[in-house]
Write a protein that binds this ligand. Structure first.
Ligand SMILES: Cc1cc2nc3c(=O)[nH]c(=O)nc-3n(C[C@H](O)[C@H](O)[C@H](O)COP(=O)(O)OP(=O)(O)OC[C@H]3O[C@@H](n4cnc5c(N)ncnc54)[C@H](O)[C@@H]3O)c2cc1C
Ligand SMILES: *[C@@H]1O[C@H](CO)[C@@H](O)[C@H](O)[C@H]1NC(C)=O
Ligand SMILES: *[C@@H]1O[C@H](CO)[C@@H](O)[C@H](O)[C@H]1NC(C)=O
Ligand SMILES: *[C@@H]1O[C@H](CO)[C@@H](O)[C@H](O)[C@H]1NC(C)=O
Length: 496
């Protein structure tokens, strides 16, 4: 038995990049010796299962030397105490939550170790049910379903498979974000394993600087094992997905109504979160509005102007949040072979500017489509941004209480790595032209939203010098040796 076990390890060690070869066991082997059931090697069938569960092909392409799947906070601590002080590429590691980041290396690694948090999941309510403690490796579909019988919800993702860990450490745009801000604004406490292996509970009272830094700081400060988030009463929300013909007049009406919807003032409805999808798939454009409303009413009046644009009919329903997420998620591909995504934000402009942005998209996509990219699917989403409640501490460099920030994101999904360069060039050209127009007219803002950004966009830079300084100060204080900068090389880094 043990003979076979070691042979398997040696075969794995010999064929893997980054595993220590100059004598001595690799970091994977040392961790496996300490916690035998927690480490998965490439020869194990569980390795391929874990690898294939990333959302994007770019993440699946990476080959960690092993995957560490802790079940407890203590195991995460033991891991860091062992891997942290070791040198060499085999001791580098990545932190993985739901694995939904599209770009390469955010949550997986070549050689090294992927710390896969998915077995640390679960939702536990406190005595008065005001706080839900979420395991960092959970998925929002499970979180919503466990809260559904109590008519409670939390600020989470809009697709069931999104991970708690990445979503809450990067922001979080959700149904309730017009009322309560980004999902990270609803986090009261974090349980974190620091680079030293020390486990601390971070609240605004106990560690105010780290508490703030974790609201966007992803994997720069430690491994979060638990999030304590506020719960909200919810016994049903409105969800409608309305599809339109792709015509000039629909686009024009959409531009007019978006500009009106986003205008600050009496018409602002904090329960209304929507998204306008101007997508391209199978050689055709599609126009759809996803209309969400958390006020518990049917056919909310705020959406009337959008449902009055000629369309293929309403499917609107009042549903528990868990069911809205399942239903909406069923419209989104469950994974993608390749993907490239950019986001940008601006202040609500007049209808004419929306129309110009739509035209740039339409012309740019036609040019890209002429290049015959296998499986090309482009999602272009315009959505209201989260409204951070007035006075809330935040590192995003946005004005709190402001209701007229708009976010756009463009995501291209396609079949083959051979088309990477063409797709990236084509999407960049479209988005650059759109941003240029917005900048010239004075509407563009610097803020880049981490959860939908490509690494190339300079997310932390966009939050402003003072906020970057706070992130860096927290890194120096809580990780003085820079373990999460030097050994966790993937993801967004505060020392860029
Ligand atoms: C289909 C789809 C739908 C989406 N819908 C939404 C949406 O409605 N709203 C929205 O805002 N975003 C949305 N996103 C974006 C999504 O929120 C981000 O991709 C998010 O980061 C995913 O979290 P994850 O845990 O699945 O990702 P991962 O890729 O596993 O992690 C993301 C980053 O966080 C770090 N990280 C993860 N867990 C921890 C931890 N415990 N401690 C420290 N660092 C950690 C990782 O190292 C990585 O760098 C969507 C994405 C997809 C693909
Ligand atoms: C959640 O964790 C438990 C073990 O702690 C595991 O059995 C279960 O499969 C996990 N759920 C997911 C979706 O990974
Ligand atoms: C949840 O809401 C539904 C619909 O309003 C109601 O019928 C049910 O009794 C509520 N359940 C609880 C536990 O409050
Ligand atoms: C969509 O366009 C077709 C073709 O012009 C037309 O017959 C149909 O009525 C339109 N439907 C809607 C909902 O606008």
């Amino acid at each position: 038995m043990s003979q076979l076990f070691w042979n398997v390890l040696l075969v794995a060690a010999a064929t893997l990049p980054g595993v220590a070869t100059a004598g001595g066991p690799s970091t994977c082997q040392v961790i496996a010796a300490q916690m035998p059931d927690r480490v998965i090697f490439p020869s194990d069938s569980a390795y391929n299962v874990a690898q294939s569960s990333y959302y994007a092909g770019q993440a699946r392409d990476m080959q960690p030397g092993c995957i560490f799947m802790p079940r407890t906070t203590d195991e995460v601590s033991r891991f860091i105490k062992t891997a942290g002080p070791r040198n060499g590429p085999d001791a580098k590691f990545a932190v993985r939550g739901g694995g939904h980041t599209l770009w390469k290396g955010a949550a997986n690694i070549d050689g090294g170790i992927t710390v896969d948090m998915r077995l640390i999941n679960g939702t536990v309510l406190n005595a008065d049910r005001s706080i839900a403690s979420l395991g960092a490796g959970g998925r929002f579909g499970d979180v919503y379903h466990s809260l559904k019988p109590l008519n409670l919800t939390v600020l989470g993702g809009r697709v069931p498979s999104i991970g708690v860990g990445g979503f809450l450490t990067s922001g979080g745009m959700t149904f309730l974000s017009r009322r309560y801000g980004f999902a990270c604004d609803s986090v009261k406490g974090y349980e974190v394993v620091l680079a030293s292996g020390k486990v601390i509970t971070v609240t605004q009272a106990s560690y105010p600087d780290l508490w703030l830094a974790l609201k966007g700081g992803t994997n720069n400060f430690g491994i979060v094992t638990r999030f304590d988030v506020k719960t909200y009463a919810s016994d049903g929300m409105w969800y409608d997905l309305v599809q339109y013909n792709y015509t000039e007049s629909v686009l024009q009406a959409q531009a007019t109504e978006l500009s009106r919807f986003m205008k600050p003032g009496a018409g602002f409805d904090p329960d209304a979160m929507m998204g306008f999808f101007f997508d391209y798939a199978g050689g055709q454009f599609f126009l759809r509005n996803a209309l969400w409303h958390t006020g518990g009413v049917r056919n909310p009046p705020v959406y009337k102007p959008f449902t009055e644009i000629p369309n293929f009919g309403s499917s609107g329903q009042l549903l528990p949040v868990a069911d809205v997420v399942d239903t909406f998620g069923a419209n989104i591909p469950p994974s993608t072979p390749r993907a490239y995504q950019l986001d940008w934000s601006f202040i609500n402009p007049p209808a004419k500017v929306y129309m110009d942005l739509f035209k740039i998209h339409q012309d740019g996509i036609k040019a890209l489509a002429a290049k015959n990219i296998d499986g090309i699917f482009v999602e272009f989403l315009t959505q209201p941004q989260a409204v951070i409640p007035r006075g809330t501490p935040s590192l995003f460099g946005l004005q709190t209480g402001r209701t007229d920030y708009v976010m756009m994101l463009m995501t291209a999904a396609y079949a083959n790595a051979a088309d990477d360069a063409v797709v990236i060039e084509g999407i960049n050209a479209i988005v650059q032209a759109q941003k240029k127009l917005l900048r010239n007219k004075g509407y563009l803002i610097d803020f880049v939203y981490a959860n939908y950004a490509d690494k190339s966009q300079g997310v932390y830079q966009s939050w402003g010098f003072e906020n970057v300084a706070k992130l860096r100060a927290a890194s120096r204080k809580y990780d003085p040796l820079g373990v999460f900068q030097k050994k966790v090389t993937g993801g967004l880094k505060v020392f860029f």
